[in-house]
Design a binder for this molecule. Structure first.
Ligand SMILES: Nc1nc2c(ncn2[C@@H]2O[C@H](COP(=O)(O)OP(=O)(O)OP(=O)(O)O)[C@@H](O)[C@H]2O)c(=O)[nH]1
Ligand SMILES: [Mg+2]
Length: 233
């Protein structure tokens, strides 16, 4: 099951759902796209409902209000596990992650418990980012990697494929972080629990339409949550 969290993605949601479905269908595997919308004021949820009415492989989880990316994913994971999904995927709904990479992530999940779409392994990268944003993102991943002592190059990315056993084994009720911190925490917990992680190169693009929901608060949260994760051991 592919989980697409949305908040004010009215200009992207239909195209991204259709593009993802086409890629998933090409794998020949049974699949569902689950849109998790936090009552977006721009009508994203209604567009998703229309898609779900038209397409049997689309489901929508409506949440009452904007509650952060982490909470949206946790709610999506619950639905995916209850539905019996073998693989659970995370992807941004703004085309920063290319739906055409989905089959590669899924194929790699045959050999690794958790697959990460990675900007910072050979062959990966970011398009159209200025030097400052590039440096911030790289230092963020470096900071987390060194403090946590894990060999992962891209800890903050949100393009992932979990084998269901990983999510079943982690105590998700304990995960508190949002945004970057959420992505770091899940990957770190998976490694701590002994699961294998593979990083596949991806090219990260600027969002196609709409506005970023990333805030300084979410970014800074990761700065202090990372040492806290390590100390918890
Ligand atoms: N359901 C839900 N989705 C969210 C929330 N915050 C962000 N999202 C979605 O999560 C994905 C990533 O958020 P973005 O705002 O694109 O954050 P980002 O990719 O780090 O920042 P940009 O590169 O500027 O786009 C997008 O699909 C958003 O719509 C939230 O609070 N609830
Ligand atoms: Mg984005």
């Amino acid at each position: 099951m592919l989980i697409l969290p949305t908040y004010n993605e009215a200009e992207n949601v239909e195209a991204v759902v259709r593009a993802a479905l086409a890629q998933l269908a090409a794998t020949g595997l049974e699949h569902t796209v689950l849109v998790v919308d936090d009552n977006s004021p721009d009508g994203t949820g209604e567009i998703a409902d229309r898609l779900a009415a038209e397409l049997a492989a689309v489901r929508v989880l409506h949440r009452e209000s904007k509650d952060g990316l982490g909470r949206a994913y946790l709610a999506g994971f619950e639905v995916a596990l209850a539905a019996g999904a073998d693989l659970v995927l995370e992807m941004d709904a703004d085309f920063s992650h290319d739906p055409a990479d989905l089959p590669r992530l899924i194929a790699a999940a045959g050999d690794a418990d958790l697959v990460l779409g990675s900007r910072y392994v050979p062959g990966g990268g970011v398009e159209n980012w200025g030097a400052l944003r590039r440096a911030l993102s790289r230092s963020g991943s470096w900071y987390a990697r060194v403090l946590l002592g894990v060999p992962v190059r891209d800890l903050t990315g949100g393009f992932k494929c979990f084998n269901r056993g990983v999510l079943e084994a982690l105590d998700l009720t304990e995960v508190r972080a949002d945004g970057y911190g959420f992505q770091i925490e899940l990957t770190y917990r998976a490694i701590e629990a002994g699961f294998t992680v593979a990083e596949l190169p991806i090219l990260f693009r600027e969002r196609r339409e709409g506005n970023s929901k990333m805030t300084a608060r979410i970014a800074l949260e990761a700065v202090w949550k990372v040492p806290a994760l390590r100390l918890r051991r």
